[in-house]
Design a protein around this ligand. Structure first.
Ligand code: DOR
Ligand code: ZN
Length: 351
């Protein structure tokens, strides 16, 4: 029997780039339409490093929400070598920060102010462990001599494993996992309850060959870069397992078409326009639509110590055409993932 209608608790997006200004205005309605809450990345220019920056950014997000849309932005601190443990802890205890984000310096977009060596923030991590503040990690080494497809696996061995040993009570989310190595590592630590992993829709749907299908496809370039098919299958296995550490985080990362289609194009896939429909395709292809709710709506809140959303939303088996482009301002647009293509599921709003 094929299922034609799926009702799940309203999901949350545990990793999203909303940007600022005109881009924020253009992309926020898509995320806020589908998700109840989202963990908002702080890699703005300049980055949101202090509680005051994050509180002001949260106000701008709230102000950019369409009328009548209930959506809760959960803010993160951008860690730098100079992060002050006191300011960070106060921001967490006052409810401004939900977590802190570790970008190894120069690992990805707007990460130039990131942490140059994890040892430099030991007091900050100790404080975070004490107060139960989650550390969200972009898990790639920045050593350019390491092959780009190996940077996540090398990070896990060289940095993440020792970090967890050094801080036995620190709660960690390995963001946008892309490898079988990451899945195995997270599973090996699952019993501790202190490790989570977000998985994007695009990493469930593409492997590295798609980036070069018939020519170079800049809109499929993101970081960490998609890996070979065996890794994609491991991600699908993890996401559809229902296992507690794995939860939804789109890493939707809008860049203008001009910035993507360039000699040195930016990393990021914009999936917010149809995020749930994309996840539904991946789950259905794996014969696991019945596990979508655990991944999208239950495992994340449990990790963050928040109640799941009470409201239900509906997905219907009815074709959705992904918009060709999203207009940001005159002359600037964002191209959604699967732009112009037809998806099998439609998001039909609240039940
Ligand atoms: O592809 C990505 N885009 N990966 C990241 O880690 C950052 C993001 C962005 O901000 O554009
Ligand atoms: Zn991201």
């Amino acid at each position: 029997m094929t299922l034609d209608r799926l009702v799940i608790r309203r999901p949350d997006d545990w990793h999203v780039h909303l940007r600022d200004g005109a881009m924020l205005k253009a992309v926020l309605p898509f995320t806020a339409r589908q998700f109840g809450r989202a963990i908002v990345m702080p890699n703005l220019k300049p980055p949101a490093t202090h509680a005051a920056d994050a509180a002001a950014y949260r106000d701008r997000i709230r102000a950019a929400l369409p009328d009548g849309v209930a959506f809760t932005p959960l803010m993160t601190a951008y860690l730098t070598d100079g992060t002050d443990a006191e300011d960070l802890a106060r921001g967490f205890e006052e409810g401004v920060f939900a977590a802190a984000k570790l970008y190894p310096a120069n690992a990805t977009t707007n990460s130039a102010h990131g942490v140059t060596s994890i040892d430099r923030i030991t007091p900050v991590l100790e404080r975070m462990a004490d107060i139960g503040m989650p550390l969200l990690i972009h898990g790639e080494v920045t050593d350019q001599s390491v092959d780009i497809f190996d940077r996540e696996a090398v990070f896990i061995d060289s940095t993440l494993a020792p970090l967890l040993d050094r801080h036995p009570s620190l709660r960690v989310v390995l963001e946008h996992v892309t490898t079988a190595d990451a899945v195995a590592f997270v599973r090996a630590h699952a019993a501790s309850g202190r490790i989570g992993a977000t998985i994007t829709a695009h990493h469930l749907l593409i492997n590295r060959s798609h980036i070069f299908q018939g020519g170079i496809r800049p809109h499929l370039y993101c970081l960490p870069i998609a890996k070979r098919e065996s890794h994609r299958l491991a991600l699908v296995g993890a996401a559809t397992s229902g296992e507690a550490p794995f939860f939804l985080g789109t890493d939707t990362a809008p860049h203008t078409v001009t910035a993507k289609e360039a000699a040195c194009g930016c990393a990021g896939c914009f999936t917010a326009a149809n995020a749930l429909e994309l996840y539904a395709e991946a789950f259905e292809d794996a014969g696991a639509l019945d596990r979508l709710e655990a991944f999208a709506s239950l495992n994340g809140p449990r990790f963050y110590g928040l109640p799941p959303n009470e409201e239900r939303v509906v997905l219907e088996r009815r074709p959705t055409v992904v918009p060709d482009v999203i207009l940001v301002s005159e002359g600037d647009a964002v191209l959604p993932f699967r732009s112009g293509e037809t998806l099998r599921w439609s998001f039909a709003g609240a039940a």
